[in-house]
Design a protein around this ligand. Sequence first.
Ligand SMILES: C[S@@+](CC[C@H](N)C(=O)[O-])C[C@H]1O[C@@H](n2cnc3c(N)ncnc32)[C@H](O)[C@@H]1O
Length: 222
Amino acid sequence: MEVLYTEDGTPTLFHPAYGEAYHPRQGALLQARRLYLERTRTHLHPAPRVLEVGLGLLVNFRVALESALARGVFLRYLAVEKEPLPREVLSAIRLPLPLGERVFGEILEAWPEERFSGPWGELRVVFGDIREVALPALWATAVYLDPFSPKANPEAWEAPVLRRLRLALRRGGVLATYSAQGAFRRALKEAGFRLHRVPGVGKREWTVGIAVEAPRFPCSGG
Ligand SMILES: C[S@@+](CC[C@H](N)C(=O)[O-])C[C@H]1O[C@@H](n2cnc3c(N)ncnc32)[C@H](O)[C@@H]1O
């Protein structure tokens, strides 16, 4: 896969089978910071626990890590990834994050493992499909929903997945994603999230869902 540079100068890759890049052309780092880190308030949380769908190039992870290291808080990060990239490919994706890149270098040396830890926190990677893997209940303070688009990668946006993500979030936890697709937003609401349409950067809207209500499931039987 060829390395492409986004408009903020940070790298991404183009995935030929999905026909999409891993990050928006406006900026890989920009989206990780403005959307995933800040819209979920991970950058303010004293003990952040992030659940990510689609670890990809670990850009979102490294941005969350940089914030945690700068603040001296312990980061817990659980990512589900069904198509992990080889170490040689990840090594080419370096970011201007002085604290996080040092830890990323250590992670690369052992990649792909299921668990990495240090004084900075813990990264656990579940290598599998989000539709099939077990998720911890009431665990996450934030969900980063970052598969490819609903059109290219529909299975990762389906209602059953959203309901399971809701169950993995603690009360008041926040899910963020770049997609503003209508069917996805309706399913997110049905799954028990309070929806917020937030202005995107380089895109009209992003979506934020807050886990305020108990999840709503369709009734079965009489
Ligand atoms: C847009 S990229 C993620 C970029 C990443 N968050 C980052 O910070 O670099 C989407 C990722 O979702 C993964 N993915 C797609 N469908 C999935 C599924 N059903 N279960 C788990 N991961 C999936 C892809 O393999 C890909 O790595």
